[in-house]
Design a protein around this ligand. Structure first.
Ligand SMILES: C[S@@+](CC[C@H](N)C(=O)[O-])C[C@H]1O[C@@H](n2cnc3c(N)ncnc32)[C@H](O)[C@@H]1O
Length: 329
């Protein structure tokens, strides 16, 4: 299952292997092996996902959702989604069976590293946003939580909801959120006792293309993102900005090289946390059970591993591009 393809509708991500969710199709039923090896039957069939994918231009989001639902079925639950608001209500309420779905997505403030800097959406997705009740953190919790489906357009670190949700889920967002301790605190507060957090996200800063480059375009019209390979593997962790610029000048024009260097080292859209930072943040959180699973591993050549460890003392995990966080309040 190619879950690591098509971020923002981009190219594939350089052949990096996704987490180990495998499809085991059997006559008359569909089942998969989740990353924890558990065999599960899906509420969401390929047909349903295919039709939502086509209608709303959703790709990896649906694969991630399916994995999350396989790990912790969301049917009948009050769910908060962090860093996402593009899974339509007909999918999460009618098909998945969630009782409530409240999205917390910092739509207004998040800086998109895409060519247009705006969220590209088709008519169906535009209609989804136009018809969904949308709130800010100035609105009361009572008003927000009286909806079965709503968007809170806000930084998760401004959220003040306590003991309400049965599950908090997140898809491809945690690598963008800088105030990671605050994110875990607010999530913990929002969950009821025994509520679950499940988050799947990539590419993290410490992996081969964790710079998350997006939206760079040169004078010849070539576009570059974190799947295009213009930044050398692990180059963002091994090069200084001037070194990277020199390297890029052998591949593209000076303005584009400057843009790429600036985005790689300074874009506010990613948090630049290493794998070990996520582990430390989660371990320091109040969750009573916490599990971090590194996924999407790629072989790091021995010499590169040695150079990475020398450049970043105390860090050793540079192979995993994806993290699965599971935690219980
Ligand atoms: C890569 S997009 C993923 C969106 C969606 N989950 C998907 O996969 O299509 C990252 C999302 O994180 C959201 N985000 C970033 N920082 C946030 C924050 N502090 N609080 C809430 N949402 C945030 C952005 O608004 C953006 O929608």
């Amino acid at each position: 299952m190619a879950i690591l393809e098509h971020r923002y509708g981009g190219r594939n991500r350089g052949g990096i292997q996704p987490c180990r969710a495998r499809r085991l199709e059997t006559a008359g039923s569909r089942a998969s092996e989740a990353p924890n090896g558990r065999r599960i039957n899906h509420v969401l069939s390929q047909e349903i996902l295919g039709s939502f994918g086509k209608k709303y231009d959703l790709t990896y989001q649906l694969d991630f959702l399916k994995i999350i639902d396989s790990l912790h079925p969301l049917k009948g639950l009050r769910v908060m989604e962090i860093g996402g608001s593009n899974l339509p209500r007909a999918l999460v309420l009618d098909e998945l069976g969630a009782k409530q779905w409240i999205c917390v997505d910092d739509l207004k403030n998040f800086v998109l590293d895409t060519p247009t800097k705006t969220r590209v959406m088709n008519d169906a997705m535009r209609d989804h946003y136009n018809t969904t009740a949308t709130f800010t953190d100035d609105d009361t919790n009572e008003e927000i939580l009286s909806n079965d489906y709503a968007i809170i357009d806000s930084d998760i670190c401004h959220l003040d909801i306590f003991d309400h949700f049965d599950a908090v889920v997140s898809i491809a967002a945690f690598e963008h959120i800088s105030k990671f301790g605050g994110l875990l605190d607010r999530t913990y507060n929002a969950l009821r006792s025994d509520g679950h957090l499940i988050s799947l996200f990539q590419p993290i800063w410490s992996c081969v293309n964790g710079h998350h480059l997006g939206g760079a375009k040169d004078k010849a019209g070539h576009e570059y993102d974190f799947g295009s390979g213009i930044v050398p593997h692990w180059g963002h962790l091994l090069m200084t900005p001037p070194q990277m610029r020199c390297d890029l000048l052998t591949k593209t024009d000076a303005d584009c090289a400057d843009d790429i260097v600036s985005k790689v080292y300074n874009s506010p859209s990613i948090n630049r946390l290493f794998f070990e930072d996520y582990v430390d943040y989660v371990n320091a959180s109040r969750f009573r059970i916490k599990k971090i699973t590194p996924l999407g591993q790629r072989v790091v050549p021995e010499q590169v591993q040695a150079a990475l460890e020398a450049a970043h003392p105390g860090r050793t995990c540079f192979d995993a591009n994806t993290i699965l966080i599971q935690a219980l309040k």
